[in-house]
Design a protein around this ligand. Structure first.
Ligand code: HEM
Length: 126
């Protein structure tokens, strides 16, 4: 079961990140694809699977947010990624705001991956 959750987690992380970058490019180029229904729905499906696999992994290794600092950091990181992502792709009023939010979201992802690999909230610095 652990291996299955891990595979789903890593796969959905990769799809979530890849599709976010793609939508970022569409945002920058003013592409109409960004407004397509499936483009708006797909990330919700992927992010739900990402979270479900994360919860499965948590129970497999018996470590949880609020108890284990690195998982609290991952959860807060995921929320920051989602908020920055919606500013970058939807809510940002100016192109400058959107680009800033897009770059910040990528930095948050880099932080989360470091936290995941080191099991430490200090991420790559640990
Ligand atoms: C965009 C968000 C996320 C990214 C980029 C991400 C990335 C990763 C990566 C790369 C691993 C593999 C680590 C390794 O091989 O040692 C991993 C494992 C894991 N992740 Fe995530 N993750 C995210 C969100 C979350 C969230 C929100 C939670 C739960 C609060 C979570 C819980 C876990 C757990 C429990 C493991 C297993 C660690 C282990 O096997 O020791 N992840 N994650």
């Amino acid at each position: 079961m652990y291996a299955a959750f891990k595979h789903i987690h890593l796969l959905t992380v990769a799809i979530s990140l890849g599709f976010f970058v793609l939508r970022g490019v569409w945002m920058l180029s003013g592409s109409a694809l960004l407004q397509k229904k499936w483009v708006k729905i797909l990330p919700h499906i992927v992010d739900t699977l990402l979270l479900v696999s994360a919860i499965g992994l948590m129970f497999q290794i018996g470590q949880y947010p609020m108890t284990d600092g690195w998982l609290t950091a991952k959860l807060l990181g995921l929320i920051a990624y989602i908020v920055l992502g919606t500013i970058a792709l939807k809510r940002g009023k100016t192109q400058g705001t959107r680009i800033l939010a897009f770059v910040a979201a990528l930095a948050v992802i880099a932080y989360i991956v470091g936290v995941a690999l080191r099991h430490n909230a200090l991420s790559w610095l640990a």
